[in-house]
Design a binder for this molecule. Structure first.
Ligand code: SAH
Length: 407
């Protein structure tokens, strides 16, 4: 099979029905200059003509319609016409797709799938069986898309890139398909903690994994050095994935890394992830909003000072407050709410290591949370949920776990 570059070249499509409407977009995506020859065309094809994306010769086909064409596709639903066009093409040495006789013409279109910069086309050597090739194409497409095929480049390109990928709350099947494909394409993975991703089948042995892990209070690699690391690897022509827990733009410093890469002229992409702010409460059966219970969500970093806005959210029983990085801040948070007169009986749930086998939920209240967390030995990583949605038994969906604490 050959791959043809149709960019800027004349292609004649004979017929304007269903086959044309399916296949014209593909020829156009390949950059072909397409003329449709057909007395009548269907709505989709009409739309392309109206939009100026294809030319239309509105009559039955003639041999001179093929003048200047590099490639012809016939699909008139009339075998005799298709055979005639096919014969003209043969004479003129123009490659032609003609599937109406159940065999291939001098050319055939593959069933095509794309992922990133990879294009796979499926054809068969036997008779035409489009459903079979389409199914196979879809199966290959699914594996390409989720990174289970070896898509990593073997030959370096001049410029690398940095993709910021959200890894979600932990389990690999809670990561996006796009993120997994980018991981499979990566030469270098820069991670805070790789977690389940280090066991990914798509990672080659040669992939370099750099752990810049941050734990609260420890900053093994300072942020500016992480930025420099990303840029340096990309400048060496490598594809870098900056893998982050949850979502890169939720307390992930993803914005800073993106800005640094862009300032350095490095191509970048950001792939969102499922943030722990929402998914970890969910793992404990807590919806962050719930009709008639909580209409809004206030998300805050526990390490920051307790702002008036946070106090207002904590005091509002129609708002859920979610605190990340908040375990060490529980006494400070409790003192601030007490001083501000926020009702001490507001429900609190502290969910540790959400979506892992070690998940544990401690149910308490604003007034008691600091003591209860200390008694239960609550540790990071944990998500603190304050509000009516944190009340035990709001939903029955999530069974309690062995270690769960209810005060
Ligand atoms: N970008 C991440 C958040 C980074 S801040 C996201 O969108 O999820 C790190 C904080 O996230 C932790 O201190 C903790 O509050 C929370 N966190 C992340 N994963 C968690 C998990 N599996 N269980 C509980 N908390 C988690």
């Amino acid at each position: 099979m050959l791959g043809l570059n149709l960019t800027g070249r004349k292609v004649v499509f004979v017929g304007g029905g269903a086959v044309a409407s399916r296949r014209l977009p593909r020829l156009l995506d390949d950059g072909a200059l397409v003329t449709v020859v057909a007395p009548e065309v269907g709505d989709d094809v009409h739309e392309l003509i109206r939009a100026g994306r294809v030319e239309w010769t509105a009559r039955a086909v003639r041999e001179d319609d093929l003048d200047g064409a590099w490639f012809v596709h016939c699909a008139t639903a009339d075998r005799r016409t298709d055979a005639l066009v096919s014969a003209w093409c043969e004479n003129r040495r123009i490659f032609c797709v003609n599937t109406s006789d159940g065999a291939h013409g001098s050319a055939r279109l593959t069933a095509e799938t794309r992922a990133g910069d990879i294009v796979v086309g499926v054809v068969s050597d036997a008779g035409v069986d489009p459903r079979r090739t389409a199914r196979l194409r879809d199966a290959i497409g699914a594996q390409l898309a989720d990174g289970t095929l070896p898509v990593r480049r073997r030959r370096r390109t001049a410029t690398g890139r940095v993709d910021l990928v959200g890894g979600g709350p932990g389990p690999i099947d809670l990561m996006t398909v796009r993120g997994r494909r980018l991981l499979a394409e990566a030469d270098v993975i820069v991670a805070d903690r790789l977690g389940p991703a280090d066991a990914l089948p798509e990672l080659d042995d040669e992939v370099e994994i750099i752990d810049v892990g941050k734990r609260p209070g420890h900053h093994p690699v300072p942020q500016h050095e992480i930025n420099e690391l990303l840029i340096a690897h990309a400048r060496r022509g490598r594809r870098v994935v900056r893998l982050k827990g949850g979502d890169p733009f939720v307390y992930g410093r993803g914005g800073e890394e993106l800005a640094a890469c862009q300032a350095a002229g490095i191509p970048t992409e950001v792939v969102p992830g499922i943030t722990s702010a929402i998914a970890v409460p969910q793992a404990a059966g807590i919806p962050v909003t719930h009709r008639g219970v909580s209409a809004g969500l206030h998300l805050v970093n526990g390490q920051a000072d307790v702002s008036p806005t946070t106090l207002a959210a904590l005091a509002d029983d129609a708002v859920t407050t979610v605190v990340l990085m908040g375990v060490a801040a529980l006494p400070k948070l409790a003192a601030a709410t007490r001083a501000a007169g926020v009702p001490a009986d507001r429900p609190v749930a502290i969910v540790e290591r959400g979506h892992t086998p070690q998940q544990r939920t401690t149910r308490t209240t604003l007034g008691r949370m600091a003591q209860d967390a200390a008694d239960a030995g609550v540790r990071n990583p944990a998500v603190i949920v304050v509000g009516e949605v944190a009340r035990a038994g709001l939903l029955m969906a999530e069974p309690e776990r062995a270690g769960d604490v209810r005060r």
